[in-house]
Design a protein. Structure first.
Length: 279
């Protein structure tokens, strides 16, 4: 199966417009924010727009999209206001995603803000247990994080802890962000070794999406500043290896690099050529 390559797309204009925008730059998958990362406001539901988007996806063989929760959604918050925003946004997102059977819902595991890692992880387990409906079909992805500040998810074992404790109806996968894991101390320049560690600690079957970003900072820096592929501390060679790695073949590779939209087509084409060995 060829690599599915896409990028983060501005959500403006509705679902059908996003699909069209993704196709116009040669993407066969894409990611969008379910709502403005800074606030809770979300566009009104438009059934006709959703149907048009689904049709556009079917016609173009776009079989996976990634809906990214706002990064202000902190699923392990104890502060009542933050917790109620998290619950409301999460439930509303999941409800809308019922319309998109091919959508994966990407979530940051959150920040423990002083509770400590163990408490934070238990809050996250509770949050998923209490807010994912019994009949939810959407696969929820926990994203690997850089571990800056009180961020959870900077270590594969933390994700494993959560996966092991949620009830059976919560379908959990993992999104591996190359910049984040590198900043957390996993050297993705030896991608095979990172996948081995992932397989040991979480299980490769849980890996559903790769966020493909270079990092502005060195290994283990816990910073989370994305760079364009080949312009950061990870370097281009690693991305060629990732794009050709058998064990992740067919997974959506989503670019979240600081690349202007006008240059996306070129960036995607370059990575696609690397994946197929034509450059
Ligand atoms: Fe993210
Ligand atoms: Fe990411
Ligand atoms: Zn990031």
């Amino acid at each position: 199966m060829g690599a599915k390559i896409g990028c983060h797309i501005p959500a403006a204009g509705g679902y059908a417009a996003m699909v069209e925008r993704a196709l116009s730059i040669g993407a066969d998958t894409f990611q969008y924010f379910t709502r403005n990362p800074r606030g809770g406001a979300v566009r009104a539901y438009d059934g006709a727009d959703v149907q048009m988007a689904l049709q556009g996806m079917r016609e173009s063989n776009m079989t996976a999209i990634v809906a990214h929760a706002p990064y202000t959604l902190n699923p392990c918050a104890v502060n009542p206001r933050a917790r109620s925003f998290a619950q409301q946004a999460f439930c509303d997102d999941l409800q809308r995603l019922q319309e998109f059977p091919m959508a994966l819902y990407n979530l940051h595991p959150g920040c423990h803000v002083g509770q400590g890692i163990a408490e934070g992880l238990d809050r996250l387990v509770e949050f998923l247990r209490d807010n994912v409906p019994e009949d939810c079909q959407t696969v929820i992805l926990l994203e690997t994080m850089a571990g800056k500040g009180s961020e959870l998810g900077g270590d594969f074992s933390q994700l494993r802890y959560v996966i092991d404790r949620v009830p059976a109806h919560v379908r959990l996968g993992v999104c591996l962000d190359t910049c984040h894991v590198f900043d957390a101390g996993y050297d993705v320049r030896d991608f095979g070794a990172v996948l081995d560690a992932f397989d040991r600690e979480i299980g490769l079957a849980r890996l559903k999406v790769i966020h493909i970003n270079d990092s502005m900072n060195p290994l283990g820096s816990r910073k989370d500043r994305h760079a364009k592929l080949g312009e950061g501390e990870i370097g281009w060679a690693a991305f060629v290896t990732i794009a050709r790695e058998e064990r992740v073949a067919g997974l959506p590779l989503i670019l979240e690099t600081p690349t202007p939209f006008e240059e996306r087509a070129e960036e995607i084409a370059r990575l696609r050529a690397a994946a197929t060995g034509t450059n």
